[in-house]
Design a protein around this ligand. Structure first.
Ligand code: CDP
Length: 229
């Protein structure tokens, strides 16, 4: 059996986790959406009433958390996976505007990143995995045989995120979501440690105007021949 890691990075709301999930399903791989980890640390820090600017306290908290993912089986609410923080299902709590507003700061802390990258690599050892994030091709899995950078215009990404939020009954305005997407992209791209950027050998896929199916089929064509089981 061939084991392979597919590294998938890209800016906020680029559809990475939707594409990653469908791709993993088609290849019979597992998908790890690493963003869930940074969101879970942020949620835990908010719940604990920490000052999020206190890097030492947030980093200390990050190392103490139990984080896990399970399949979405048994839930009919549109989730891609179930996220567990200290054993509790926090899948939707990770997607609030408050977490969106604070996650990039938490993800900029080097100690938080070191801890999460260690956990991501352990997860990656299982092989046959689509790992989704910001720094997978550049830092977490630099030897991945296939690296993809999934992007789309900021307006299209904000529109997709707005539609998802509407479908879930949240009234956030398109303008607020667009501003958050642009702010996070800017912050994530300019941070000191592991900034968001395509690996030099990543294939850049602009999904503006493309359906998820089209994007996934396009990726499958690019797979190294012997990696499809
Ligand atoms: O789903 P969306 O693209 O909006 O965000 P996400 O993938 O859940 O990531 C949330 C935030 O976590 C990002 O804005 C980054 O600040 C951070 N992140 C990161 O720094 N490195 C990763 N590998 C994944 C996420």
């Amino acid at each position: 059996m061939t084991t392979t890691t597919i590294a998938m990075d890209g800016p906020a709301a680029s559809g990475k986790s939707t594409v990653g999930r469908l791709l993993a399903e088609k290849l019979d791989y597992v998908m790890l959406d690493t963003g869930f980890m940074y969101r879970a640390v942020t949620l835990a820090a908010l719940n604990a009433g920490l000052d999020l600017a206190d890097e030492t306290a947030v980093t200390h908290l990050a190392t103490s958390l139990t984080l896990d993912v399970q399949s979405a089986a048994g839930h009919e609410d549109g989730r891609h996976y179930t996220a567990l923080l200290n054993g509790q299902d926090v899948t939707w709590d990770l997607r609030t505007p408050e977490v969106d507003a604070n996650v990039s700061l938490v993800a900029s802390y080097v100690g938080v990143r070191q801890e999460m990258v260690k956990r991501q690599r352990e997860f990656g050892l299982r092989g046959n995995i689509v790992m989704v994030g910001r720094d997978i091709g550049t830092v977490v899995m630099p030897d991945a045989p296939l690296k993809l950078y999934i992007t789309a215009s900021a307006e299209e990404r904000a529109r997709r995120r707005w539609r998802d939020r509407q479908a879930q009954g949240h009234p956030d305005s398109f303008e607020t979501i667009l501003a958050d997407v642009k702010r996070r992209d800017d912050y994530d791209s300019h941070r000191q440690h592991s900034p968001l950027k395509p690996a030099p050998d990543a294939i850049i896929i602009d999904t503006t105007g493309q359906s998820v199916e089209e994007v996934v089929d396009n990726i499958i064509e690019k797979l190294p021949v012997n990696s499809v089981r």
